[in-house]
Design a protein around this ligand. Structure first.
Ligand code: SF4
Length: 383
């Protein structure tokens, strides 16, 4: 297939594909799917070998957000029956992080619901970052606290944060349909602030919210322009009690095409499979490792993932290896940051009908489980 040969050549040269080429990846047929995966897999292996970076989410503050992001179970007016709690103390967060690190994670992602942190919140999170870094040598810490005000990114950097996550989520033209309490421009501004402060920027998307192929290509091209070190790709978890609870459009094949397109557009960037991996890729998860070089271990912010042990077995069975703390994630020309992360999974994160491939016959609501263990509970975490 000429298209795929062209995309592999461009990916190895870090050259941007055209919009038409990116759209063509999303429009490939199920018969061509394995060829698409094999082609994007060549680009993935060129820049990242067979390494898989593991990231671990710690939800520092869950629920009760004043913002109205329609995909989010923590939003204003959410009826989702999720865990709700206020800020974890530094030692509680550190304990939660330690479980993920013991399970093989290299990065801890500290996430808090809310529009953005107050200066007092930045103090709290700074104390938490210091506690985690003191107790775990070599750990990467990413903060994900919402929109940043001037000076806050610098303070997080000084406290030891390596990275900051803030997702664009969807295209600029559809952003207003998903959220009304802040704008796409606000989000771009925060990613730029993180970059400017010397933090490794992590910014990604959510697929499955009813967007078109053009929207998906738009958001991935916008991300390429922002130049984050890592791009989390969320697949909407349509949680009961949220406005997008009925948006069940994704198929495993569609998810693979979206990941392949993201890899071709962002060839040398950490592409991370984030929320919705188990719900939408299902038994095709191992194939997705040929496209993404990073996943979250264990549970998401408000929903449960598959057992951490199953994640590790899947990686080994598929012939990949967990990236160690001594290994640098990014290719040499990007290193400096060496990181990349975020919002990831459950809290922030959704699809449209497939341009090709069939839609699932029945929504797999049985695969969505609200998180009831780990941070904010007395139960052992999944890691
Ligand atoms: S995505 Fe973040 S800002 Fe939006 S409602 Fe959820 S927690 Fe709040």
């Amino acid at each position: 297939m000429n298209l795929l040969n062209t995309l592999v050549d461009k990916g190895l040269r870090r050259e941007t594909p055209t919009r038409e080429e990116a759209l063509a990846v999303l429009a490939t047929s199920d018969d061509d799917l394995l060829d698409v995966v094999a082609a994007a897999g060549k680009v993935r292996r060129h820049w990242f070998g067979r390494r898989v970076k593991l990231n671990y989410l710690v939800n520092l503050k869950s629920g009760l957000c004043p913002e109205d992001c329609s995909y989010c179970s923590q939003r204003l007016g959410s009826k989702a029956d999720i865990l709700k709690y206020t800020w974890l103390k530094p030692d509680q967060a550190s304990q939660a992080a330690a479980a993920g690190l013991a399970g093989g994670a290299k990065r801890v992602c500290l996430v808090a619901s809310g529009r953005g942190p107050t200066d007092r919140d930045v103090d709290r999170v700074s104390d938490t970052i210091k506690a985690i870094k003191e107790q775990n040598e070599g750990v990467e810490v990413c903060a994900c606290l919402g929109l940043l005000s001037d000076g806050q990114a610098e303070r997080l950097r000084e406290a030891g944060a390596d990275a900051y996550n803030h997702n664009l989520n969807t295209s600029e033209s559809t952003y207003g349909d998903i959220t009304t309490t802040h704008t796409y421009a606000d989000r771009v501004d925060t990613v730029r602030k993180a970059h400017a402060a010397g933090l490794s920027a992590c910014s990604g998307l959510i697929a499955g919210m009813g967007e078109s192929d053009e929207d998906l290509v738009d958001v991935v091209f916008s991300l390429r322009e922002l130049d984050p070190d890592s791009v989390p790709v969320n697949f909407l978890i349509p949680m009961e009690g949220t406005p997008l609870a009925k948006e069940w459009h994704l198929t495993p094949q569609r998810c693979l095409r979206i990941l392949a397109m993201t890899r071709f557009v962002c060839p040398d960037v950490e592409v991370r499979i984030a929320g919705g991996r188990e719900v939408h890729l299902r038994t095709m998860q191992p194939l997705a490792l040929h496209l993404a070089n990073s996943i979250f271990l264990g549970d998401y912010l408000t929903s449960e993932g598959q057992a951490g042990k199953t994640d590790l077995e899947m990686i080994a069975d598929a012939g990949f290896e967990v990236e160690g703390t001594g290994e640098v994630t990014l290719p040499e020309h990007r290193a400096g940051g060496g990181c990349g992360s975020h919002e990831g999974g459950g809290a922030c994160g959704p699809a449209t009908a497939d341009s090709c491939g069939s839609a699932p016959e029945e929504p797999r609501t049985d695969l969505v489980a609200v998180r009831r263990r780990g941070a904010g509970t007395d139960l052992a975490p999944n890691a």
